[in-house]
Design a protein around this ligand. Structure first.
Ligand code: GCO
Length: 255
């Protein structure tokens, strides 16, 4: 039965995985047997993350590049082609947050959030899917959505638009790539204890709102997203397409 979830022999690229949710997912996929490629914009933090994984005996390598830069993404995949590295799984996790009311939001800040949280998934997955289709061996795309893929919260308008787009981009990918045995799905995390959310955790009113808004009455941890990521990256989800699995403590299930 555990064969279903075994990622041995697979290579997984996790974007934005030098810390936070991305790092937890990279570690989780590596623990399931994958070789993971850690990505971030800075070589020093990528290398530090890779060391943390290899020091645990996990199969990890790093590649620092900006996932919003199409040429940088193209060059990264060209490097892997030359090295004989075939990316079988892509986790589009890279994301930033920018909390400001829409009427005060600069276009440049809007664009930066959209580019990082949505467009990068297109840029990276396009390169990966081309190769998966050419190889004829199928593949996995796991996009990271959000509660804001379903509902909006004031002051995170760009993020909400991007995460809503992630849900529909996931469906668009499945519409075009499922016939090539590429399963494109998403994970919708609830409120997770990450550096990005530190200001929210430390705000007593926000902390109380999160705990009262989900029946688990607590924040989630990055590690609690690993199960869904392994499932969507493995043979266990071979007939699952265009779905978003909410790992949110039950937030969206209750009034
Ligand atoms: C915020 C948070 C959100 C949540 C996440 C919940 O400011 O509301 O940063 O981004 O972390 O999206 O799914």
């Amino acid at each position: 039965m555990t064969q279903l979830f075994d990622l041995s022999g697979r290579t997984a690229l996790v974007t934005g995985s030098a810390r936070g949710i991305g790092f937890a997912l990279a570690e989780g996929l590596a623990n399931a047997g994958a070789r993971v490629i850690v990505n971030g914009t800075r070589a020093d933090t990528v290398n530090e993350a890779v060391s943390r994984l290899t020091n645990k005996g996990l199969n990890a390598q790093g590649h620092a590049f900006d996932v919003t830069n199409e040429q940088a993404v193209h060059d990264a995949f060209a490097d892997w082609d030359r090295q004989g590295v075939q990316v079988d799984i892509v986790v589009n996790n890279a994301g930033i947050q920018f909390r400001k009311p829409l009427v005060e939001l600069e276009l440049s800040d809007w664009q930066r959030v959209i580019d990082t949280n949505l467009t990068s998934a297109f840029i990276v997955s396009k390169q990966a899917a081309r190769r998966m289709i050419e190889r004829g061996a199928g593949g996995k795309i796991v996009n990271i959505g959000s509660l804001t893929s379903e509902g909006a919260r004031a002051t995170v308008g760009a993020y909400t638009a991007a995460k809503g787009g992630i849900k529909m981009l996931t469906r668009a990918m499945s519409a075009e790539w499922a016939a090539s045995n590429i399963q494109a799905n998403a994970i919708g995390p609830g409120y997770i204890l990450t550096d990005m959310n530190k200001p929210l955790v430390e705000n007593p009113a926000f902390d109380a709102w999160v705990k009262s808004s989900n029946p688990s009455q607590r924040w989630g941890t990055p590690e609690e997203l690993v199960g869904a990521a392994v499932f969507l990256s493995s043979a266990a989800s071979s007939y699952v397409n265009g779905q978003i699995i909410y790992v949110d403590g039950g937030w969206l299930a209750v009034l």
